[in-house]
Design a protein around this ligand. Structure first.
Ligand code: MSP
Length: 472
């Protein structure tokens, strides 16, 4: 049995959860369940990123106390994670006292790679990121992701000497000691790393008061990303506790927009601390709404709670784990969502369960003792973190079962009493295969897998009183 540590990106709490936030959680939870299914022990972190000007200003704008504001929003994320059925073992808030103290310790430990300098340049508050002059020019002075002009900053900052670690990071990515998935993103990151200057890692207190103070310098506050990235190890107790039982992480799940922080600053911090690099960073694509980036001004922001409540959790997990390609962008529209529910979940799977359980009931069949087997093709795809493909593979098995029922026509066999044994053999084999499908489905649709298992392993096989996916 191995110990597996998995992490999710910690969202900013300058609003309620949106549909994109679900992706980190679902991917990490699916992988966590897969590893647990193999008998491994899993620790899965989640949390909220609660510092920085973006949050501070939002609270100010709303006229609410900043701490109260982050408390309320963090609660919404905690509720959301629960609603998604995520089995996280930890929940970290960057405003936790323990986290803040540990961040300051981390700062002290990397101090030999930090120097003070004056900064003159550009910043995007939406990204909470300093941008180079080249980027500024390429984007004509406006952040393409946030549609806001970059701010001009001219101030004294602390800098982190990325140059000290460039070669090591490059070698680690190239040799896959630090694997970045998908591969084309690893190439992008190598290119970025090459051009990466040292990074500013603090702001003067007058410019940023809502953050962790720099130890030994009252006038400066840590750059929010230093504080945020540290969460992955402070949550394990670093540096007060030995984290080697869990660290390095087996996989860190992040969206494509924040991969750069995880491929450059984060490895540099770990190397400066003398800690091993994570084994893998899995970068997922974006969920679009009707083919476009979700934005308040376009008015196409999808409320995840509304989606969740419309057809329940299995439908939600189904759509975002199967129809959101793990590595590229994907689209959400209500039409696509309804189609996937009716044509796939209800027709392919819901009907199959109902139909087969009814046939078994007619023959008075007792539930089976089920012995799941591992499936090497499935395992291989899951090990590549290509969850949407692994899910397609499971679905092909659902479709095969539907075909097999149609071909074997148990209802025809039922017309001949002398073929009763044959009928029982056919139904038993179909039910066993369906149980195996349920086993493979567990990481994706845990509730559904359990429901199928309880139907076909009960003392007597009876169809679910209400179909698993009633059509609407
Ligand atoms: N606070 C930082 C992360 C710090 S991790 C040490 C942050 N927060 S965020 O709220 O902007 O984003 C949180 C996660 O949601 C990121 O992984 C991000 O990529 C993901 N997504 C945000 N919008 C998304 C979509 N529309 N689609 C898919 N994922 C998206 O960045």
């Amino acid at each position: 049995m191995s110990k597996i540590y998995l992490t999710t990106a910690i969202p900013y709490v300058n609003g309620a959860p949106h549909i994109g936030h679900a992706l980190d959680y679902l991917l990490a939870d699916t992988y966590a369940r897969y590893e647990k299914g193999k008998g491994n022990e899993v620790r899965l972190q989640a949390g909220t990123d609660e510092h920085g000007n973006k949050i501070y200003k939002k609270a100010e704008e709303l006229g609410v106390d900043t701490k109260q504001y982050v408390d309320d929003n963090s609660k919404k994320f905690q509720d959301f994670i629960k609603k998604l059925g995520v089995e996280n073992t930890d929940y970290i808030r960057t405003t936790d006292e323990a986290h803040k103290n540990r961040c300051q310790e981390i700062w002290k430990r990397i101090e030999s790679h930090i120097y003070k300098n004056s900064y003159e340049g550009w910043y995007c508050e939406g990204c909470e990121r300093f941008v180079t002059d080249k980027e500024y020019q390429e984007n004509n002075g406006t952040c393409p992701d946030h549609n806001k002009p970059y701010q001009k900053l001219s101030e004294e900052n602390y800098y982190f000497r990325i140059a000290d670690f460039k070669d090591q990071i490059k070698n680690a990515i190239e040799s896959r000691e630090l694997e970045i998935l998908p591969d084309f993103r690893a190439k992008e990151m190598l290119k970025l790393l090459e051009d990466s200057p040292d990074v500013s890692i603090s702001r003067p207190k007058e410019q940023l008061s809502w953050g962790v103070p720099v130890p030994g310098d009252e006038s400066q506050v840590m750059y929010v990303w230093i504080d945020a990235l540290s969460n992955y190890i402070t949550v394990l107790g670093y540096p007060d506790q030995d984290i080697s039982e869990w660290w390095p992480a087996a996989a860190q799940f992040v969206g494509k927009d924040i991969l750069r922080f995880h491929s450059i600053i984060w490895p540099a911090m770990l190397l400066a601390l003398g800690l091993p690099l994570p084994k893998r960073i899995v970068s997922h694509g974006f969920v679009l709404s009707n083919g476009q980036k979700m934005s308040k001004s376009i008015g196409n922001v999808v409320d995840p709670i509304e989606v969740l409540e419309s057809k329940g959790l299995p439908a939600f997990r189904y759509y975002f784990l199967r129809h959101a390609d793990t590595f590229s962008d994907s689209d959400f529209t209500w039409d696509k969502y309804n189609e996937a529910y009716n044509n796939e979940l209800a027709n392919d799977l819901g009907n199959l369960v109902q139909r087969l359980a009814n046939l078994c009931k007619k023959q008075d069949l007792a539930g089976l003792k089920f012995d799941p087997v591992r499936d090497s093709e499935y395992d291989k795809t899951m090990d590549e973190f290509y969850f949407s493909r692994a899910f397609d593979y499971v679905w092909s098995k659902v479709q095969d079962l539907n075909k097999e029922i149609d071909e074997k026509k148990p209802w025809e066999l039922n017309k001949f009493p002398e073929r009763h044994d044959e009928l029982v053999t056919v139904l038993t084999s179909l039910a066993e295969k369906l149980l195996q499908v349920a086993y493979l489905l567990e990481p994706f649709l845990p509730e559904t897998a359990k429901a199928i298992e309880s139907v076909f392993t009960a003392e007597k096989i009876l169809p679910p009183a209400t179909p698993l996916f009633p059509k609407n």
